[in-house]
Write a protein that binds this ligand. Structure first.
Ligand code: ADP
Ligand code: MG
Length: 371
C-alpha cells in the first residue's frame, strides 16, 4: 500500500508541439480510490504512463510514500497497470497472460505452481472469464480481452493499481457490474488505486477523491461531492453531471440578474455580497442543473422563465426536456409523467439557492460565503 503524490508534472510530445501534461499536481492517499476524469486527449493515459515509468517526465516529480520514484525503473516501482489498449501477449493463452505478473524474477519465491494456478482461476472467475483460460487473445472479443488485461493487474497485490479506462470496452450491463466488483475488490484489499475514465458517472460512483483533467491541466480536485456541489469553473460544471448544467448569460442590474427581457432574478444575500464590486457591464454566467428546474403553468406567479417545449428524451422514469425561448435553450430533467407535450408553452421555476455563478471572462466560480 502506498500514498502517491504527483508534483508539477510536465510532458511534451513531438518536440513541444503537443503539451500533453502542463504542470499536473495530485495526491492519492494510502488505500484511496482516486479517479482521473477527463475527455479524450485530456492527458489521462500520459499520466498513467509516467506513473508506471513507461515514459519519462520532462519535469516534475512522482513520489511513492514520499520517496521520489521519478527516475526509477518500472519493475522496481511495484505498481500493477492495466491499459485501455490491453497490451496482452498474443502468443500466450489467457492463463499464461494472467500468470505472467506472478512469474517476475522479483517475486519468484512468493508463489508455487499450485498457488499461482489458484490465484489465476480465482481472478478469472471474478471477472467472468474463467471459461476462457486456454484461449489466445485473438480468440477473444474486445470486452473479454479488456477483462484479461484488468485481471493481469488485479492478480497481484502491488503497492498500487494504475487502471487506465479498464472497463471502457465492456457492454453497458457488464460495465455496471464490473464497476461494483472493482469497488468491492479495492475496498476489501485496500490497495491504492488510480483509475482513469471519461465517464463522469463512473468517477462519481467509484472515487473517494478525484480530479477533473482537461487539455493537460487539472481543472479541479476534491471528493466527488465537492466537485459536484461546487464546480470550480464552467468546464467542470458542464462535464460533471448529466445532462450538463445549463449556463445562462445574464447581467447584474441592481440586486437582480437580468437575461434580456426573458428573466429577472432577485439575488440572495450571499450572491449579492459575492457580486458586490463586480463590473455591471461584464456578464455573469448563471448555472442551474437540469434536475433543479421545475415546470409550472405559463401563468404561474413563481415562473421565472417562459419557454416552449421542444425535444423530449425519455429515459424510463425520467425524461430530459429541451425548452427554447428566444434563441435560448434550456434542459430540464423531470419525472416522465410530468413531461410536457412538444410545442407546449410552459413556465420554469427554480430556486436561487440551487444556482451557481461564474465569471464570464475567467469562467471561474464566483464563490459565496456558503461555499
Ligand atoms: P487521454 O488518455 O486522456 O485520452 P492521452 O494522455 O493519451 O489522453 O493524450 C494526451 C495528448 O497527448 C493528446 O493530445 C494526444 O494526442 C497526445 N499524445 C499522446 N501520446 C502521444 C505520442 N506518443 N506522440 C504524440 N502525441 C501524443
Ligand atoms: Mg487514454
Amino acid at each position: 500500500m502506498a500514498k502517491i503524490t504527483i508534483q508539477n508534472l510536465c510532458k511534451q510530445y513531438k518536440n513541444g508541439e503537443v503539451q500533453a501534461l502542463k504542470d499536473i499536481s495530485l495526491e492519492c492517499r494510502d488505500g484511496g480510490f482516486f479517479c482521473l476524469l477527463g475527455p479524450a486527449g485530456a492527458g489521462k493515459t500520459t499520466t498513467i504512463k509516467l506513473l508506471a515509468g513507461i515514459e519519462a517526465a520532462d519535469s516534475g516529480r512522482i513520489l511513492l510514500d514520499d520517496v521520489d520514484i521519478t527516475d526509477q525503473m518500472p519493475m522496481h516501482r511495484d505498481l500493477a497497470v492495466a491499459f485501455e489498449t490491453y497490451a496482452l501477449y498474443p502468443q500466450r493463452t489467457v492463463r499464461q497472460n494472467l500468470a505472467f505478473p506472478l512469474q517476475s524474477p522479483l517475486r519468484k519465491n512468493e508463489w508455487t505452481p499450485e498457488t499461482m494456478e489458484q490465484r489465476v482461476v480465482e481472478i478469472a472467475n471474478l471477472l467472468g472469464i474463467g471459461e476462457l483460460l486456454d484461449r489466445l487473445p485473438r480468440q477473444l472479443s474486445g470486452g473479454q480481452r479488456q477483462r484479461v488485461a484488468l485481471g493481469r493487474a488485479l492478480v497481484r497485490k502491488p503497492k498500487a493499481y494504475l487502471l487506465d479506462e479498464p472497463i471502457a470496452h465492456l457492454d453497458a450491463k457488464l460495465r455496471h457490474r464490473m464497476r461494483g466488483e472493482l469497488k468491492r475488490i479495492q475496498m476489501e484489499l485496500g490497495i491504492t488505486t488510480i483509475y482513469t475514465t471519461p465517464d463522469q458517472l463512473e468517477a462519481l460512483s467509484l472515487a473517494d477523491t478525484m480530479a477533473v483533467i482537461n487539455n493537460g491541466r487539472i481543472e479541479q480536485s476534491g471528493t466527488p461531492a465537492e466537485i459536484y456541489r461546487r464546480p470550480a469553473n464552467v468546464f467542470v460544471a458542464r462535464f460533471v453531471g448529466d445532462p450538463p448544467m445549463n449556463i445562462l448569460t445574464t447581467h447584474l442590474v441592481g440586486d437582480e440578474l437580468a437575461l434580456n427581457s426573458l428573466m429577472r432574478l432577485k439575488l440572495s444575500e450571499p450572491f449579492r455580497r459575492a457580486l458586490s464590486g463586480y463590473p455591471p457591464e461584464k456578464p455573469v454566467l448563471l448555472g442551474i442543473r437540469p434536475k433543479d428546474m421545475r415546470l409550472t403553468p405559463p401563468d404561474a406567479p413563481q415562473a421565472k422563465l417562459h419557454a416552449e417545449s421542444g425535444h423530449i428524451q425519455v429515459l424510463g422514469e425520467t425524461s430530459v426536456v429541451t425548452l427554447s425561448s428566444d434563441g435560448l435553450e434550456i434542459r430540464l430533467k423531470l419525472a416522465t409523467q410530468q413531461a410536457p407535450r412538444r410545442g407546449e408553452r410552459v413556465g420554469v421555476d427554480f430556486s436561487i439557492e440551487d444556482c451557481h455563478l461564474f465569471d464570464a471572462h475567467s469562467q471561474n466560480r464566483i464563490a459565496t460565503e456558503n461555499d
